[in-house]
Design a protein around this ligand. Structure first.
Ligand code: NIG
Ligand code: FE
Length: 422
């Protein structure tokens, strides 16, 4: 009999999200791999075995046991697209939108991302960390154990690097695993008004090389790798400018993510897929041709239902058609101060089931294993399988479908990160 650190037993359902390597697609997204009355064996922060109670009880003695009786045990959520690090807020703009202004109108008038840029530039590293930490704590309490985090509110060399350092400091000081993404082409900073190509030159010649150098000397040097992202959108960065940034990233050895097809279809999706993007986000306006391209590609499609909800829109990404076509689909909060001030993957699941007709099983896999693959972490997290990190949630419900069926609360009773309750 092997002695282990932890045995979680007698769960109503162990939702393993297990399967063959790679993101789930098509019909495989309807199967979350439930073991009724199961147990999970954990040792040294890793999952050792997942299986029926009797078998695990016969195989292991444990330092500590947790009785999950009547409840669900599932992987921690992975949030694959966040703008968690920023200073200030945009609560005033919220009221302008209620009065009828659109997100892009507010951005064009110098608000939006540029308003958060001003607050972020004015914040010290310590202030940025201090303001971002409560959001991260909320995400953790809501079950998120791994998250991607983008820069994109510095928009100059100094403050974009400050944002990367803030991400590293947050990674040092709290349990959620963070994956950094460099997003200097998030908006055109005002000092470059009318000179977007000059800003792209600065990104290519100074900012990207500096970010790559920072990464190589940071806590992330041994992984996860750095990615570069672009907001390819009408009145933001066009396809030619986006291509220059992403190709420069590629020549420095860093991979591609993109914001595309949110308010306009410019061809950014084709560009991203041509460059071998690991994930592409938003996709609200992506039609049948784009969906067919996505289905053929290895990229994970990351959709943002809380953005559409928050902006009071109706242009939800055609996620049902995407899954039916065989696209690897993931969900994200896209947490940010403008389009989605939302830390909850549970709310994202709830909206996707109602407005995009995902089944709870599909939403569950999109919030765990597929989200993990979207950020290159599918080999480590996102499912309860031997060898993976013991990032485990105990859900205060008898059936995992409650995670999408109920909304507005928090069904996550216990969060474990690498086998420790946090
Ligand atoms: O993913 N669309 C661009 N970027 C963010 C919004 C950032 C902001 O408004 O501050 C997004 O929605
Ligand atoms: Fe975003």
């Amino acid at each position: 009999m092997m002695h282990i650190d932890l045995l979680i037993h007698s769960a109503a359902q162990i939702v393993t999200c297990a399967g063959s390597p790679g993101p789930r697609r098509g019909p495989t997204m309807a199967d979350v791999g439930i073991i009724s009355g199961g147990a999970v064996a954990v040792h040294q922060g890793k999952i050792v075995t997942v299986g029926p109670n009797d078998e695990l009880r016969a195989a292991y003695t444990a330092e500590r046991e947790i009785d999950a009786a009547g409840r669900v045990v599932c992987p921690g959520f992975v949030d694959p697209h966040t703008h968690l690090v920023y200073a200030g807020d945009r609560v005033g703009e919220f009221e302008w939108r209620i009065a009828g202004a659109s997100y892009m109108e507010i951005m064009a008038s110098g608000g939006g991302i540029i308003s958060t840029m001003r607050a972020t530039r004015a914040a010290s590293l310590d202030a940025l960390v201090a303001q971002s930490l409560p959001r991260l704590r909320q995400m953790l309490a809501l079950g998120t154990t791994t998250a991607e985090v983008k820069t994109g509110y510095g928009l100059n060399l100094d403050v974009e690097l400050r944002m990367l350092k803030a991400i590293a400091t947050l990674a040092d000081t709290q349990p959620v695993s963070l994956v950094p993404t460099f997003l200097p082409a998030h908006a055109l900073p005002p000092e470059f008004a009318g000179r977007a190509d000059d800003y792209i030159d600065l990104i290519i010649h100074e900012m990207l090389p500096a970010a790559v150098h920072w990464h190589a000397t940071s806590r992330f040097a041994a992984g996860p790798p750095l990615f570069v992202d672009v907001f390819c959108e009408r009145d933001v960065f066009n396809v030619t400018q986006s291509r220059r940034v992403l190709e420069a990233g590629r020549s420095l050895g860093i991979g591609t993510r993109t914001h595309v097809d949110q308010f306009s279809v410019l061809g950014g999706l084709d560009l991203a897929l041509e460059l071998g993007a690991i994930s592409v986000s938003h996709l609200d306006l992506t039609g049948p041709e784009g969906i067919a391209l996505l289905a053929e590609s290895p990229a994970v499609a990351v959709i943002t239902p809380t953005v559409t909800f928050n902006l009071g829109g109706s242009n939800y990404a055609h996620a049902r058609a995407m899954i039916d076509a065989g696209v690897a689909l993931a969900l994200t909060t896209d947490i940010n101060p403008g389009s989605s001030p939302c830390p909850s993957m549970q709310l994202v699941m709830a909206i996707s089931c109602r407005y995009q007709r995902l089944l709870p099983a599909e939403a569950m896999l999109a919030a765990t294993i597929n989200a993990a693959y979207a950020i290159g972490m599918g080999h480590r997290v996102g499912s309860l399988e031997p060898g993976k990190d013991a990032d485990i949630l105990i859900i205060d419900a008898p059936d995992y479908r409650h995670l999408a069926y109920e909304f507005g609360g928090n069904l996550v009773g216990t969060v474990m990160k690498q086998g420790c309750i946090v």
